[in-house]
Ligand binder design. Structure first.
Ligand code: NAI
Length: 480
């Protein structure tokens, strides 16, 4: 706690560097800057207490300061143990006008290389406000903040936190431990927090899946906006963002030449499409694995070889998971890989690759090459390189997606926050998407910033294709 701000970051003296990069990023984030201008005298988030759980990067710093400029009070944590950029975290705490000695910014609880135990402490700190109350809005990425509030409230209702099962992951055991401690200290805390929340806006495919599961079971405690499925989010961030940041992560992690190598991309959804394009751009020979015949056929038509993982392990130099599913690369796969094959995941959680199985493999040896790069040596001397311990490598080994694409995603986030905060009474405890018109607005701003010129529909043409001259231009079922 310094100057009335509680925080936990690596080093406040990095704030000056962070501020310089934030200044450059602001120019590359025209959507967020346009929203700041649009709402400059309106403060639609006045009274909002936003608890955010999203990779604490330079781009996120611009998002946080946009929320603040719209009137919100904000507390922040990262949604991944490796994704924080420490200079960005420091700059957000210090704020644009503060100093490391007298910070004037936002409480941030995030540093690169948290332990899992520390991670859940940062999550609880971000959700616990200094006056003992909670947030009235959540901004989530992957759903961990939402999960903590829901599980906390559920166990408070039951009066007990269930004991960990021996099959539970280490991470889940830590969630239970966090909730057990908070239940002992203040039984009722999470129920109160949940009651005060007007809504959550969710950033990514995996978090959205969790929200739909909660809503289907009738267990969602507040309304949610699915930001991921805004077209200007998933068809841009998940694809073009990954096209940029996947090879960035592989390069910074390994510096291996990708041209001519055989790269397997597991999953050909939005992220998989960007991943395949990313590696093809380097001249890698791409193989795609899929379970969905439609996405598999798309991959084939895009010119990729569609195979099953088991059949290509002897040839694969690089294996990347992008599925959002679990147990995609299993221990038997890793044991059969080529010497020094590179294995990484870019989906939200680390369970796509069986890291627990790797650690338990009899006689296995781990050699840490540098932070977020490990060589795992099998007893026969063959080794594989695993990036970011199986966590999303574009944020663990590099700096995630660049500003311009995140400006699209985060403009949708800000619009969704304003919508739910100001109109929460109009929403049920369900999952909603933003209206297409707002999606088109986000696209317009970014097209403009790139110097693109949009053709204007004539009234006559608009009538002929049955749309309004001002949009929206496509029906809801259109897929882009
Ligand atoms: P998506 O649903 O569009 O694509 C996933 C694809 O994987 C689907 O086509 C599915 O059929 C396929 N799949 C599922 N199980 C499979 C298996 N066992 N083997 C092969 N293919 C399988 O989802 P999207 O939007 O591409 O997101 C994927 C993951 O990436 C999610 O966890 C999401 O949260 C995360 N994400 C990560 C980002 C990052 O910066 N690292 C950015 C955006 C999303």
């Amino acid at each position: 706690n310094r100057n009335g701000i509680d925080f936990a970051v690596a080093d406040l003296s990095l704030a000056e560097f962070g501020r310089k990069e934030i200044r450059l990023a602001e120019h590359e984030m025209p959507g967020l800057m346009a929203l700041r201008r649009e709402y400059s005298e309106v403060y639609p988030l006045k009274g909002a207490r936003v608890s955010g759980s999203l990779h604490m990067t330079v781009q996120t710093a611009v998002l946080i300061e946009t929320l603040v400029s719209l009137g919100a009070e904000v507390r922040w944590a990262s949604c991944n143990i490796f994704s924080t950029q420490d200079h960005a975290a420091a700059a957000v705490v210090v704020g644009p006008h503060g100093t490391p000695e007298e910070p004037q910014g936002v409480p941030v609880f995030a540093w690169k290389g948290e332990t899992l135990e520390e991670y859940w402490w940062t999550a609880e700190s971000m959700l616990t406000w200094p006056d003992g109350g909670g947030p009235n809005m959540i901004l989530d990425d992957g759903g961990d903040a939402t999960l903590l509030v829901h599980k906390g409230a559920e166990y408070e209702k039951a009066g007990v936190v269930p004991p960990a099962d021996e099959n539970d992951s280490e991470e889940w055991q830590l969630v239970l431990e966090t909730l057990r401690k908070s239940l002992a200290a203040d039984n009722g805390k999470w129920t109160k927090i949940a009651e005060g929340i007007r809504g959550v806006t969710e950033e990514t495919t995996t978090g959205v899946m969790r929200l739909y599961q909660l809503a289907a079971a009738g267990n969602l405690l507040f309304p949610a906006i699915n930001v991921n499925d805004a077209v200007t989010k998933s068809k841009f961030d998940n694809r073009y963002g990954i096209r940029h940041s996947l090879i960035d992560g592989i390069n910074r992690g390994t510096d291996v030449l990708m041209g001519g190598k055989v790269a397997v991309i597991c999953g050909y959804g939005d992220v998989g499409k960007g991943a395949a394009e990313s590696l093809r751009g380097q001249g890698a020979r791409i193989i795609v694995t899929e379970i969905d015949p439609i996405c598999a056929l798309q991959a084939a038509m895009d010119g990729y070889d569609v195979q099953v993982l088991e059949d290509v392990l002897g040839r694969a130099d690089i294996i990347i998971t992008t599925t959002g599913n679990k147990d995609v690369v299993r221990i038997e796969h890793m044991a059969a890989m080529k010497h020094q094959a590179i294995v990484g995941n870019i989906g939200h959680f680390d369970n796509e690759i069986d890291m627990a199985g790797l650690q338990r493999y009899p006689g296995i040896r781990r050699i840490n090459i540098k932070p977020q790069v490990d060589e795992w040596v099998f007893p026969d001397g063959k080794s594989i390189l695993v990036l970011s311990e199986g966590r999303l490598l574009n944020l663990g080994n590099a700096t995630g997606h660049p500003s311009f694409v995140m400006s699209n995603s985060f403009s949708n986030q800000v619009i969704a926050q304003v919508e739910l905060f100001t109109k929460y009474q109009e929403y049920d405890k369900e999952v909603y998407r933003l209206p297409k018109k707002l999606d088109e607005k986000v696209a317009r701003i970014h097209l403009d910033a790139l110097g693109g010129k949009l053709t204007k529909l004539s009234k006559d043409q608009a009538e002929y294709i049955d749309v309004d001259v001002e949009g929206p231009y496509k029906p809801e079922h259109y897929r882009y």
